[in-house]
Design a protein around this ligand. Structure first.
Ligand SMILES: C[S@@+](CC[C@H](N)C(=O)[O-])C[C@H]1O[C@@H](n2cnc3c(N)ncnc32)[C@H](O)[C@@H]1O
Length: 334
């Protein structure tokens, strides 16, 4: 059986061979016995939070198999530690909010870096995921990499120190359902000078299209540049709606239960035959490590609006709802 350290080394050296990425992650999955965990019925329940849901332990476990997502987050995080190790005093302090049952994103660091180089504070709000992640880290004998492992809510977490890297992947397509923005909106207060958020930026654009012209990738088939090209030909780009980078979180203080105004879009410019609006999500994990539309579950397109006779030509207001069911909404202006 291959050595897990070699597998992680190989995984993080692959940049543009997605088949290889998936094969390597499947091998790692088998070695860590990740698939063999038996989940109880309770593990299949989502937890309601003030600003979104924390997905069930069972669903969080399945995130591992969103393979390109897993690879890009592992690689982006590793490259970010390499950059900071050249700039900052050791250890690099990492805050990982929402570990899921496997602390997936930091796993390569536990094999490729020394315990003097990084110190991880891990947070998870779902009890089953928290217990499973702690169990896995103990089984791998990697506890020394962790400063603390807390069962707490990252939206309100209030540490007494700063971190050089803050990681969270608590999002769904078009920033629906999960609390990524609320979490970063809180944790930005604890990011050190020249520190990094992972992902660096979440970008949501709005395009006009028609359901009759749109091509879809087969279910659970990710990374389809061909389909992206086909769809680009008939789509009409309207505007960028959210560009959630460090600057966004520093300048926009999201308030719980308050709608955040994003943009007004004018629909006069939209071509006659395009009757739907679609949110397109892209995730810039770190530098040029990105997830494009269709690369993962979290960057799937989201059809968000169908025009009626009444509202074509009107202005539409877009808001981010920062409540227990977060999402971007579209309201026609009278
Ligand atoms: C999409 S899963 C990702 C899991 C893992 N990080 C990965 O990349 O595979 C998000 C995880 O964040 C946790 N989570 C969501 N909201 C949270 C919060 N407010 N505080 C702490 N953990 C949270 C969920 O319970 C879930 O385990």
């Amino acid at each position: 059986m291959a050595d897990i350290k070699n597998l992680f080394e190989e995984l993080l050296s692959v940049t543009n061979d997605n088949t290889k990425v998936i094969d390597l992650l499947k091998e790692i999955e088998a070695i860590l016995s990740i698939k063999s965990i038996d989940y109880s019925d309770e593990s299949a329940t989502d937890i309601n939070l003030s600003q979104g849901i924390a997905i069930s332990s069972k669903l969080a476990a399945q995130c591992f198999t969103d393979y390109l997502r897993t690879h890009r987050f592992m690689l982006g995080t590793y490259l970010c530690t390499q950059k900071l190790l050249n700039q900052k005093t050791k250890p690099i302090r990492i805050l990982y909010a929402g570990t899921g049952p496997y602390a997936t994103i930091v796993l390569p660091l536990l094999y490729l870096l020394s315990k003097e180089e990084i110190s991880i504070t891990a947070i998870e709000i779902n009890h089953d995921s928290y217990a499973a992640a702690k169990h896995l880290i103990r089984k791998l004998k990697k506890e020394e990499y962790f400063d603390s492992f807390l069962l707490t809510d990252a939206i309100t977490y209030n540490p007494n120190k700063e971190f050089d890297i803050i990681i969270s992947e608590t999002m769904d397509k078009a920033l629906t359902r999960e609390p990524q923005l609320a979490i970063f909106s809180n944790l930005i207060n604890y990011l050190s000078a020249n520190g990094n958020l992972i992902p660096e930026c979440i970008k949501v654009d709005i395009v006009a299209s028609s359901v009759y012209l749109e091509k879809d990738a087969p279910h659970f088939c990710f990374d389809d540049p061909e389909i992206r090209l086909i769809n680009q030909k008939h789509r009409q780009f309207i505007d960028n709606i959210i560009y959630a980078d460090q600057h966004f979180f520093e300048t926009r203080k999201l308030t719980p239960n308050q709608n955040e105004f994003l943009k007004t879009i004018n629909t006069n410019q939209i071509k006659e035959n395009l009757n739907e609006l679609i949110f397109i999500t892209e995730v810039i994990v770190f530098n040029d490590i990105v997830l494009l539309e269709g690369d993962s579950e979290i960057t799937k397109k989201y059809i968000c609006y169908s025009f009626t006779e009444m509202d074509k030509g009107k202005n539409l207001d877009l808001y981010y709802l920062n409540n227990e069911s977060p999402r971007i909404t579209i309201t026609p202006k009278n």
